[in-house]
Design a protein around this ligand. Structure first.
Ligand code: G3P
Ligand code: CA
Length: 254
């Protein structure tokens, strides 16, 4: 069974998250998929950044909604992680799409409940010719519904860190490509429900074999990992072990 490893914020265990260095490292580690977060500046530039402020990853301060792109474009987004990364900047979304669309699948998480923001992200994906190599991730089902209705060619996945009795069927009814589920909610039954609704199920919220193993054993399609190299290695190990166990069982029968 193949399970996809998605480099969460790039190879964020080894590099400053959500930077080109993080995405390049993930690809060098043979990750086929990367994940990153999108926010919008005061003057409407979609940028690649997790938090709603610049404090965590730069030596500056302020909320993104109060800052213009001009205010943040030269900020050092790498030194907080290590001196070797001092040239890293907060990437613009369209530059990121142009740089990586042909090199990996991009899981683009839009950190806004505003449908207009996600529509702009979808439009940049379209302009960059990256529909086939992108999936928009959102925590808001209304945003997911809006994008599916307006741009049916765009793949959308719903992030969930809590469940209602209809979460999976609601997602399936708007033909989402997938569900990204927090490990704390993950069960084999939910994976089956997602598959019956023609959706993939990916899991997030942990970066160690304990989590990846749960993803494998429940039949999930993918895991988000800060250490994509370790996750890939471990998933290959689990797949080999599982094949060996099946083969052993077969020989025992004879
Ligand atoms: O897509 C799942 C995951 O990325 C959501 O959590 O905080 O890392 O953006 P966070
Ligand atoms: Ca994210």
């Amino acid at each position: 069974m193949h399970i996809t490893v998605i480099a969460h914020r790039g190879a964020s265990a080894y590099t400053p998250e959500n930077t080109f260095a993080a995405f390049d490292r993930a690809i060098a580690m043979h990750a086929t998929d990367i994940e990153f977060d999108v926010r919008t500046t005061k003057d409407g530039y979609p940028i690649v950044l997790h938090d709603d402020n610049v404090e965590w990853v730069t030596n500056s301060h302020g909320m993104i909604e109060d800052l213009r792109y001009e205010d943040i474009k030269d900020l050092d987004a790498g030194s907080w992680y290590g001196g070797a990364f001092k040239n890293e900047r907060i990437p613009l979304l369209h530059e990121t799409i142009n740089k990586y669309a042909d090199r990996c699948r991009m899981h683009i998480e839009v950190k806004s409940a505003d449908t207009a923001v996600t529509a702009e992200v979808a439009s940049l994906i379209h302009k960059g010719g990256a529909e086939r190599s992108s999936v928009i991730n959102t925590f808001w089902i209304d945003v997911a519904r809006y994008v599916r209705r307006r741009q049916p060619n765009m793949s959308v996945a719903l992030n969930l860190n809590e469940l209602t009795p209809t979460s999976i069927t609601d997602a399936s009814s708007i033909t989402l490509a997938g569900i990204n589920l927090n490990y704390s909610l993950l069960t084999a039954d939910l994976v089956k429900q997602a598959h019956m609704g023609k959706m993939k199920l990916m899991c997030w919220g942990g970066d160690s074999p304990r989590f990846w193993r749960k993803g494998f054993l429940t039949g999930a399609d993918g895991v988000f990992a800060d250490s994509p190299d370790k996750a890939i290695f471990y998933m290959e190990y689990l797949a080999r072990e599982s094949e060996k166990a099946s083969s052993d069982a077969l020989w025992k029968k004879k």
